[in-house]
Design a binder for this molecule. Structure first.
Ligand code: SF4
Ligand code: SF4
Length: 77
């Protein structure tokens, strides 16, 4: 667990592209399989972006979200 970042979520900006889920599954499971991601995007009238308990806060998903729905905040000592 890196624990170096926090991730702010802005569901109203999410387009449902699932790049975040693809990135997460790639780096942690070496496959492009959104269902294996540690982040879950649900696009509804009240969209939700949820991190599973396995999320290690590596920040990769947020760094590849080009729509600003995930925002990495570096944690400083
Ligand atoms: S959070 Fe970002 S990368 Fe993930 S589905 Fe939404 S817009 Fe795409
Ligand atoms: S921060 Fe969590 S959800 Fe995002 S890529 Fe890392 S492990 Fe996956």
């Amino acid at each position: 667990m890196s624990g170096d970042v926090t991730i702010e979520v802005h569901p109203e900006k999410c387009t449902g592209c699932l790049i975040c889920q693809l990135c997460c599954s790639l780096i942690h499971h070496k496959t492009f399989n959104p269902s294996m991601a540690r982040i879950l995007v649900r696009l509804t009238d009240d969209s939700e972006i949820i991190f599973t308990d396995d999320c290690d806060k590596c920040g990769t998903c947020a760094r590849f979200c080009v729509y600003g729905a995930l925002e990495v905040k570096e944690v400083r000592d």
